[in-house]
Design a protein around this ligand. Structure first.
Ligand code: ATP
Ligand code: MG
Length: 576
């Protein structure tokens, strides 16, 4: 039996607050501050205090156990990483302002690791030379640094946070595919053990392409991601990636001659449709974006049927862009001679790549910007437009058909707690990590990477498990399983029975705290609810007859139990 450390709240480093500071917007942040589980040092940077740290450690241990069970091997890599390595992979530029950069005393540049593909690939390229050395999977649990644009929501989006990151190395795609599935099941076990309601969804894998990425989403209204899922099949995808089926019927209208008309102040699709008294479906929306590279900018115009929206990630992928797209600014437009609000594409412009969504192909006699302030063309047809190519750049919506042809898409909010990814040769190629294959030929190693936001899991668990009184920890990640509350510490019978039960539970390996504080009983109950310990054992008036009350935090059920039956009762609760 493992030796449990005794925790008496009268001596614990714990303070509870009735209110959370105003800047705490979401419930997990509020409750963790109110229960003094975490303390902010500066924006997006937190200390973990005793109760919070216990939870973090529990999640970490579940992750470690499941990674070990899946035959990944634990290592520990440096946080401090030389810029030269990031230059080799091209990410010194591509990672942008999210990378925390610093210089040493000799003015050499470094980054604080936001992720470790470069470092781990560097280790492997120096140590591995034959296909016989493959496959393997290396992981670590470590503090990561990302200078997030909006660090907020407490542990949800920190600038310093705890991540488990794993990297696997393979001779071929088949071996990578197998490990990907192995990791996918390990992740499912992790989140089941953490007691979370989650879903694995297809995610965007960027320029690498393919269906080679899944995100693990904890379902909660405060989530920052939209998930689209079929109401009948197993299809589920991040909205960034999701495709859908909408009814497209080719218009049979007789084609007319295009005509420039005055449309004063109709700068939006809504305004335009209203002014011309036509449905939005008869208009074409133009969206101007750009890709910013170290030596140049690529300007892009996306065209889509007016009632629909362009998905910027799909547009990026269609372009084959390597950077996330940004909106074009007024200055950009001025430089290119573009009239914002009235953009059309009737002649080729060398400086602007034009990508048209397939929906436009089905339209006839539609309305497009006139490239002249206050004017639009009406009765435009496909052959009037200049464009580079057609692609699916449409954002899927709830209510559209599921892309597998089964059912209708519904939307839910999710918190991304994990992400698995087939990297292929992206990093191994850039860093020249190769092995000799069976025929003695140089082969680039195939890689996978797999992350879990351990500190974010803690926040996500609270977002999903709380009520108006506080946190309701899932059993396996609760800081303690049982809170023995002595209602009145001045009462001899209560005090000695409380101490006795506390000792007995600890001796049986059950993680228990004793609330022996000299406070009103009601105050202690409130704290227990706030902190979210699954079971309260209240040692009150019944103590004289050897009886206590056991209350379940989640169900609110309460029952009287004889002192000698308490340990068995708790054991059954754990096993349930
Ligand atoms: P997000 O889209 O939320 O910024 P990401 O795609 O940048 O996440 P990954 O690079 O895949 O995240 O990192 C792996 C995991 O680390 C994520 O699934 C998430 O759980 C966690 N994570 C990422 N950024 C943060 C952060 N700023 N604070 C806490 N956890 C984070
Ligand atoms: Mg991020």
């Amino acid at each position: 039996m493992k030796q449990l450390k005794k925790v008496r709240l009268s001596k614990a480093f714990l303070k509870t607050y009735k209110e959370a500071p105003k800047e705490a917007e979401i419930i997990s942040h509020q409750l963790m501050l109110r229960a003094s589980m975490i303390k902010q040092l500066t924006r997006g940077v937190y200390s973990y205090l005793p109760l919070g740290y216990k939870v973090l450690r529990k999640i970490e241990n579940i992750v470690r156990e499941e990674m070990n069970r899946a035959n990944a091997q634990e290592i520990h890599m440096p946080v401090l990483q030389p810029a030269s390595l990031w230059e080799e992979s091209g990410r010194w530029f591509a990672y942008g302002p999210e990378l925390m950069r610093l210089k040493d005393r000799n003015e050499r540049e470094f980054a604080l690791g936001p992720t470790h593909e470069e470092v781990v690939t560097d280790i492997v390229r120096n140590m591995v030379s034959s296909y016989k050395d493959l496959p393997f999977n290396l992981y670590q649990i470590q503090t990561k640094f990302r200078d997030e644009m909006r660090p907020r929501f407490g542990l949800m989006r920190g600038r310093e946070f705890l991540m488990k990151d794993a990297y696997s190395f393979h001779i071929d795609q088949k071996s990578l595919d197998e490990e990907y599935l192995n990791m996918k099941s390990a992740y499912e076990r992790v989140f089941i053990r953490c007691g979370l309601d989650f879903r694995a969804v297809e995610a965007d894998s960027g320029s690498i392409g393919g269906d080679s990425s899944h995100e693990f989403m904890v379902l909660a209204d405060s989530g920052e991601d939209d998930i689209l899922y079929s109401d009948v099949s197993g299809y589920a995808a991040n909205i960034e990636k999701a495709s859908s089926i909408i009814e497209l019927v080719e218009s049979t209208e007789e084609k007319k001659e295009k005509e420039l008309v005055e449309t004063p102040d109709a700068k939006t699709i809504e305004g335009l449709a209203e002014f011309l008294n036509i449905p939005k479906e008869k208009t074409v929306k133009a969206v101007l974006m750009k890709e910013v590279l170290p030596d140049r900018q690529n300007f892009i115009l996306g065209l889509i049927r007016g009632d629909l929206d362009i998905n910027p990630i799909k547009l990026k992928n269609a372009m084959g862009a390597s950077m996330e797209l940004e909106m074009m600014t007024e200055e950009d437009c001025e430089k290119l001679g573009i009239t914002t609000g009235y953009v059309g594409s009737f002649e080729k412009n060398d400086k602007l790549k034009v990508i048209m969504d397939e929906t436009v192909k089905y339209m006839r006699n539609f309305v497009v910007g006139g490239n002249k302030k206050g004017y639009h063309y009406i009765n435009v047809n496909l052959e009037d437009l200049a464009y580079d190519f057609v692609a699916d750049i449409r954002e899927a919506r709830a209510g559209d058909g599921s892309p597998d042809g089964k059912g209708t898409l519904k939307v839910a909010r999710g918190i991304e707690v994990g992400h698995i990814f087939k990297l292929g040769d992206k990093y191994s190629k850039a860093l020249n990590a190769t092995v000799l294959d069976e025929n003695g030929k140089q082969q680039i190693i195939a890689m996978g990477c797999y992350g879990i936001g351990i500190s974010r899991v803690m926040a996500a668990a609270i977002e999903q498990n709380h009520d108006e009184f506080g946190i309701i920890w899932p059993k396996n990640i609760a800081p303690y399983l049982v809170d023995v509350i002595i209602a009145n510490i001045k009462d001899e019978a209560q005090f000695s029975l409380g101490e006795k039960l506390y000792k007995e539970l600890c001796d049986n390996g059950i993680e228990t705290v004793l609330d022996d504080r000299n406070e009103r009983a009601g105050f202690k109950f409130k704290d227990a609810d706030l902190i979210g310990i699954p079971l309260k054992i209240v040692v009150g008036k019944g103590a004289a007859e050897g009886k206590v009350e056991i209350k379940d935090r989640r169900t609110g059920e309460s029952r009287e139990v004889k002192a000698e039956e308490v340990t068995d009762f708790v054991r059954r609760f754990i096993e349930e």
